[in-house]
Every structure is written in structure tokens, then in C-alpha cells.
Design a protein around this ligand. Structure first.
Ligand code: ADP
Length: 466
């Protein structure tokens, strides 16, 4: 066969090879057309990696000494050995040896065949190097894909049309349980938010997004982490802290009136006293026992709030009367703290639970007095009643210490108390406003708060008239 024909046949064969084995088999097939071959081995780093016929190995000692020399020269060599020849054909790319073909043949090749073999070795070198590179790339891709898919984080890449073009295994799992997550993430991306948390069905995800340049195109790389268990631990810790605070507060709240009662009764028992003095002391004892009763009522209300068993008994009530009665209840406390209470209301009849609404107003007034600002000369609480079509608004505004804006939405939570140097000595359980909110909502109303630290706090209770 003409050399050109052989070459084009070989090119056709190697265009089909997919791995080293098929390449050696194609090479052996083409070599056999120009030279008779008894056996063929391929060696790499001293190890036989291919043999034809299979499991037929040419005795190493017949050629081993020459291998380094051939590999150095990078040119085929045929060694005479009794009746046969051992051919050593290095396959290389540039100066890099990739493998060595060892053949056993009965004939010494001609110079023309040697040139041909050399050409084949050179062409095979290119193919072999490519195969190995492809194999390396495949393995590297598999390696990185495995890492990305084994990651505990969801990874999503969005293309320029904000459509997902890559989603790793974890992200697929997350999308299965939260199918609209990409849309939700995009809402944040559109307002330039890079790090945020989202919640869906009590599951929490921490998201980070980044605009990246991938192969010359702008993409969005999204990292999604399910942080539900971390959040649960955090919640448990918060509940624990709340419990500890509550026990500390409630103990303090109980101890203060109890200590007063104990001290006054001991004095009455152990000291000679006039009837008037005894009367006065008993007055204090009575007031302190009222405080204890209030505390118990708070706890009782709280348990009703927890079990959703609080009942509202509506009757026709003049809300201005309720306000005035509430003011009377707190007047002693206001006087002690030099807080002036200014009421502005007119008679309006509404349907409500008189006792509960009085409780709401007393609670708001008590807070306004408790959290008055000792550094201000004129301390006041203003109570206004607004009448609109079918609603009334009770507005309680003080010029006290105020509430930091980031705490405003928390103060209605159970046990929550703003904790700072201004409030730490002011007694309380943190239950009042959560009970107030529940009562107002049971009436079909709402409560809102507005405040500026050091300036004022304003609570607005809106109640339906009917
Ligand atoms: P408590 O008064 O027993 O602490 P509340 O539930 O009534 O509990 O109030 C929660 C918290 O809200 C208070 O601890 C206080 O920090 C804040 N707060 C409520 N009312 C006012 C007010 N008028 N001025 C300033 N802070 C207030």
C-alpha cells in the first residue's frame, strides 16, 4: 500500500479513537500493514500498559538496557535478537516521552519503513497527548462537579435574562421545597441587596449574591444556605434568656411588695404605736397587697393569652369615664413621680369590655409614668380621645425617655423589655404590652406606637365603636 494511503487510513482510524487502548489498537493495525509483528507491548514508566496479543509480554531483559537510550534519542530502533528483531518506537510530543511501543518482528525494517514508523509515532504522540489532556480535563471537571454537588450550600448561576443556567444538587433540593425561591431572591437583587435572609414555611435561608463575569458574560452567582437549624438554636437561646430574665423580674416584682408588707407588719407587731400610725402603716400594707394582686392578675392574663382563652364581655360604656377612672387609679403614682396627667376627652359611648379597656389605659399610663424622664422639669402624660365615624382613638403621649426605633416592633412581644441604663432600675415583667395588644385585638382594634428617644412616646389605641 502507498504510504499516503496508509497515512490517510491511519488518520481515519485515529479520528475514531476515544481512549489510549483504541489508539494502540489502531496503531498496531496500521503498523502490521508495513511490518510483520509477532507481539506488541506498550510501556510507560517501565510498566506494560497494553499488549497484543493480550497477555503476551516480550521478555524485558531483551530490550530493557536500550530503552533509556531510545527515549533519549526519540527515534525508533530495531535490535537483532537471534532470529527476530525487537523494535523500540518512542511516542512523544515535543521532547516529552509519552509511551514506548515494543514490537517483536521477524524482519529487519527498511529505511523507508523506519521513516514511516517514525511519522506514525509522531502523529500518535499528538493524539495521545490530546487524549491524556481530555482525560485530565474530564477528571478535573468530575472532581470539581463532585465538590460543588457535595457542598452543603446551594449554588445557582443566573444568565443575563435572570434564568438559571446552573443549579447544583443542594440548590435543586432547596428549589423542590421552595419553588419560588429564585423569584424571591431576584426581588432582593433588583434593590441591590447582596446579603439577606429569607423565610418560607418556617425554613430560613441565608443568601449571598454576586454579579460575576463568567467567560466574558455577566452572570449572577447565588449562594443559598439553609440556616433553619441555626435559627432554631438561636430561638431556643433567646427563649432561655427570656425565661431567665422573666424569673429575675418576677422575683424582684414579688419581693418588693412582700418586703414592704413584712417590714410594716413587723413594726406594727413589735413597736408601740398610736392608732393613727397603725392606720397609716396598714394603708401601705394594703397598697402593697394590691400591687401583689395586680401582679397575679398579670400572670393570670398571660396564661389566658397563651391558651387563647381570654374572654371579652362587651357592654355600652362611656369611654371618657373609663379614661378618668384609669387616671384616678394611677394618680398616686403620677404624683410620686411628679408627672402631670392632662386628659382631654368628651363623652362617647362604645361597645367594649369596661374592665379590660380600663386595664389597657392603666397599663399605658403606668408605663408613661414609669418611663418618664427624670432629667426633665415638666413631666407630663397627655390622654386624648379622638372620635371618628365608627371608631375611637385613645392617644396616650408622654415626654419620657422614649423607645429606640429598632425596639419599637419588639415591645409588644411577651417578656420583652428595653434593656439599657435608663430602664434597668425600672421594675416590670415585660408582659403588660403583650396583654394590652391582645385585649385591643380581641376588640377588633389595633395599637400603634411612635417614639423619639429622649423626646416622646405616643401609643394610639384604635377601637371600633360597635
Ligand atoms: P414592662 O413595663 O413590665 O417592662 P411592657 O410590656 O408594658 O412591660 O413594656 C415593654 C417595654 O416597652 C418596657 O419595658 C419599656 O422598655 C418599653 N416601654 C413601654 N412603654 C413605654 C413608654 N411610655 N416610654 C418608654 N418605654 C416604654
Amino acid at each position: 500500500m502507498e504510504i499516503q494511503q496508509l497515512l490517510s487510513k491511519y488518520m481515519l482510524e485515529i479520528s475514531k479513537v476515544t481512549n489510549e487502548e483504541t489508539l494502540y489498537s489502531a496503531l498496531s493495525g496500521i503498523l502490521k500493514r508495513v511490518i510483520e509483528i509477532n507481539a506488541l507491548n506498550v510501556i510507560r514508566s517501565n510498566e506494560i500498559i497494553y499488549s497484543e496479543p493480550s497477555n503476551v509480554y516480550i521478555e524485558k531483559e531483551t530490550f530493557a538496557d536500550y530503552v533509556p537510550w531510545v527515549e533519549e534519542r526519540l527515534y525508533p530502533t530495531f535490535l537483532p535478537l537471534e532470529e527476530v528483531y525487537i523494535g523500540l518506537i518512542p511516542i512523544f510530543k515535543g521532547r516529552k516521552l509519552l509511551a514506548t511501543i515494543v514490537i517483536k518482528t521477524n524482519n529487519e525494517p527498511t529505511a523507508e519503513v523506519m521513516d514511516y514508523v517514525q511519522l506514525l509515532a509522531y502523529l500518535s504522540g499528538i493524539t495521545l497527548e490530546n487524549l491524556r489532556l481530555l482525560d485530565f480535563v474530564d477528571k478535573a471537571r468530575e472532581y470539581f462537579e463532585s465538590i460543588i454537588n457535595l457542598s452543603n450550600d446551594g449554588i445557582i448561576v443566573l444568565n443575563q435574562n435572570d434564568e438559571p443556567e446552573f443549579i447544583n444538587s443542594k440548590a435543586k433540593e432547596i428549589i423542590n421545597i421552595f419553588p419560588t425561591i429564585i423569584d424571591t431572591i431576584l426581588e432582593h437583587v433588583y434593590i441591590q441587596e447582596e446579603f439577606f435572609e429569607i423565610e418560607e414555611n418556617n425554613l430560613f435561608f441565608s443568601i449571598s449574591t454576586k454579579e460575576v463575569d463568567l467567560l466574558g458574560e455577566k452572570k449572577i452567582l447565588i449562594n443559598v444556605r439553609n440556616i433553619t437549624s441555626e435559627k432554631e438554636v438561636q430561638k431556643l437561646k433567646e427563649v432561655d434568656k427570656i425565661k431567665t430574665n422573666f424569673i429575675a423580674n418576677i422575683s424582684h416584682e414579688l419581693r418588693t411588695p412582700l418586703a414592704a408588707i413584712k417590714a410594716y407588719v413587723e413594726t406594727i407587731l413589735n413597736m408601740p404605736m398610736s392608732q393613727e400610725e397603725i392606720q397609716e402603716f396598714l394603708g401601705v400594707v394594703y397598697n402593697q397587697s394590691l400591687r401583689l394582686e395586680e401582679l397575679l392578675n398579670d400572670l393570670l392574663d398571660f396564661s389566658q393569652l397563651e391558651s387563647h382563652t381570654m374572654k371579652i364581655l362587651k357592654e355600652r360604656v362611656n369611654i371618657c369615664d373609663v379614661i378618668n377612672n384609669s387616671v384616678i387609679s394611677v394618680s398616686k403614682m403620677a404624683e410620686d413621680k411628679s408627672v402631670n396627667i392632662i386628659v382631654n376627652c368628651e363623652d362617647i359611648l362604645i361597645n367594649c369590655d369596661r374592665r379590660r379597656i380600663e386595664q389597657v389605659i392603666i397599663n399605658l399610663l403606668t408605663n408613661a409614668i414609669k418611663f418618664s424622664d427624670p432629667s426633665k422639669e415638666e413631666k407630663y402624660v397627655k390622654v386624648n380621645l379622638n372620635d371618628t365615624d365608627n371608631k375611637v382613638q385613645i392617644i396616650v403621649e408622654d415626654n419620657g425617655i422614649g423607645i429606640p426605633s429598632d425596639k419599637l416592633d419588639k415591645i409588644f412581644e411577651k417578656f420583652y423589655r428595653v434593656d439599657n441604663e435608663l430602664t434597668y432600675s425600672i421594675p416590670g415583667t415585660g408582659l403588660g404590652l403583650s396583654i394590652v395588644k391582645e385585649i385591643v385585638e380581641l376588640h377588633g382594634g389595633r395599637i400603634e406606637v411612635e417614639s423619639d428617644v429622649g423626646k416622646y412616646t405616643k401609643f394610639v389605641v384604635t377601637l371600633p365603636k360597635e
